[in-house]
Design a binder for this molecule. Structure first.
Ligand SMILES: Nc1nc2c(ncn2[C@@H]2O[C@H](COP(=O)(O)OP(=O)(O)OP(=O)(O)O)[C@@H](O)[C@H]2O)c(=O)[nH]1
Ligand SMILES: [Mg+2]
Length: 446
């Protein structure tokens, strides 16, 4: 996600750090570089110009020159400016006064509307809502089935009609059904359209008028770059768009449109799609995005992900065992499970501050599920006794494990050696902590 911009900016600010005291020329040069970096990330020209002008103005007011922490001051100014441009405060869902809340989804063909409908339903369920999906894309025969399959997958009812009923009427009936079933949110999927497609725009307007949506979310494909901003303007002119959802930010995108859309059209970003799975939708926080762009990582996001995935009691027990150096294959298996629940390990590592820039892309790509799968297969081939007490793993047992897991004896040996290595490391660590604790120099935090 915007990795190139992050790398460019850290390079620019890193250069300032090496310089120490700054002259006005240094700052001008820095601003020029930031501007190029923004443009290369596909930020709208006018928006980039505005950002630079604001940074310059604030920098002048900060009495930057000659001060020793000029770099930190500049990073802070840039951060604040990015937050400002992204809309400052996150925008909560407008629930309306009496349910159901209607959310109308629109966007170009293939932007990710239908997928995002399902993702949004999952997100709403996590908020304790009872959503329903309405299939108002009658253009593509497969579209209804697609939504029905997704609805089934996420456990949300789908209202659909295949008897030639027109979308505005389907939407109207869906709303009635939604009320009848006492569900509180209706998400309306619509047909993908090409911008110029007048009849489809008319249809969207009619659906808008019959459902009077509380939110109109425009789904934008972030890989389309600047074009996304033009699309947003075109839709906004027709129906009042209340929010943008940028999809496919997990891919290799320049993504600068996400920085431009609000400044250029007034439409704030509300969610971002970060993967193909139905969970891969994040509520949009301007400050988190700004900090992520600047390579600070996404600590809050990381904590939320971890909290959602980890059972508190499990975590406590694991911590105690790790402290005693008392881990076994049972614990290892549990840790893998936890990591799986947290999602893509690479995505998690990218959320850790500093790490995203420190680790080269190739190294990250080598950390994969496959190697974890092999280790897991070995552990799963063990008997419960072997998992708890690896000392019993003699040669013949190791051979059996290799055969049972489709790996080799070498791999099994390596895994067992790793466990002993980890135990040793943990014991040493806790001894060290104890000693420091006794000296009273570094009191343990817990
Ligand atoms: N990697 C990635 N893929 C996504 C994301 N969101 C959607 N997609 C993919 O984009 C493709 C198109 O998604 P759809 O939801 O069918 O798009 P649509 O806008 O409903 O398309 P039409 O109904 O034809 O207009 C699918 O293959 C999705 O899996 C995302 O955040 N990340
Ligand atoms: Mg669709």
């Amino acid at each position: 996600m915007l990795d190139n911009l992050t790398k460019r900016l850290s390079g620019i600010f890193g250069g300032l750090r090496r310089k120490g005291r700054l002259t006005p020329d240094d700052v001008n040069e820095m601003l020029r570089e930031v501007r190029v970096a923004l443009l290369e990330a596909d930020v709208n020209f006018g928006v980039a110009k505005g950002i630079i002008a604001n940074i310059r103005e604030k920098a002048v007011g900060e009495d930057l020159f000659g001060s020793l922490n000029a770099e930190q001051t500049i990073v802070k100014i840039v951060r604040d400016e990015l937050i400002e441009i992204l809309g400052k405060d996150p925008v909560p869902i407008n629930w309306g006064s009496n349910p159901p809340t209607v959310i109308l989804m629109c966007g170009l063909q293939g932007s990710g509307k239908t997928t995002t409908c399902a993702k949004l339903a999952v997100w709403l369920k996590k908020q304790g809502k009872k959503p329903m999906l309405a299939a108002c894309d009658t253009q593509r025969p497969a579209a209804i089935t697609q939504l029905e399959v997704l609805g089934e997958q996420v456990g949300v009812p789908v209202f659909a009609k295949t008897d030639g009923t027109k979308p505005p009427q389907i939407a109207k009936e869906a709303l009635e059904r939604c009320r009848h079933l006492l569900l509180d949110t209706l998400i309306v999927d619509t047909a993908g359209r090409l911008q110029i497609d007048e009849p489809l725009m008319q249809e969207l307007k009619q659906v808008f008028q019959t459902t009077k949506p509380h939110e109109v979310f425009l789904v934008l494909d972030s890989t389309t770059g600047q074009e996304a901003v033009n699309v947003a303007q075109a839709f906004h002119d027709q129906v009042q768009v209340t929010g943008a959802i940028f999809t496919k930010l997990d891919g290799d995108t320049r993504g600068g449109a996400i920085l431009s859309v609000r400044a250029a059209t007034g439409v704030p970003v509300r969610f971002i799609g970060v993967g193909e799975q139905v969970e891969a939708l994040d509520f949009f926080y301007p400050n988190r995005m700004a900090e992520r762009i600047l390579g600070f990582g996404d600590i809050m996001g990381l904590i939320e992900t971890a909290e959602a995935a980890v059972d508190k009691d499990d975590a406590k027990e694991m911590e105690a065992r790790v402290k005693q150096g008392n881990i076994d294959f049972e614990v290892m298996l549990q840790q893998f499970k936890m990591m799986r629940k947290m999602g893509d390990i690479r995505k998690i590592m990218k959320m850790i501050p500093g790490l995203s820039n420190a680790i080269p892309e190739e190294a990250l790509s080598q950390i994969n599920d496959k190697s974890i799968n092999r280790i897991e297969a070995i552990i799963l081939s063990m008997t419960p006794k072997e998992r708890r007490n690896p000392d019993v793993l003699n040669g013949s047992r190791r051979k059996r494990l290799a055969a049972g897991s489709g790996t080799s004896v070498e791999e099994v040996n390596k895994l067992v050696a790793q466990l002993y290595e980890m135990r040793r490391g943990m014991k040493q660590m806790s001894k060290l902590q104890d000693r420091m604790g006794k000296k009273g120099k570094f009191g343990r935090r817990r």
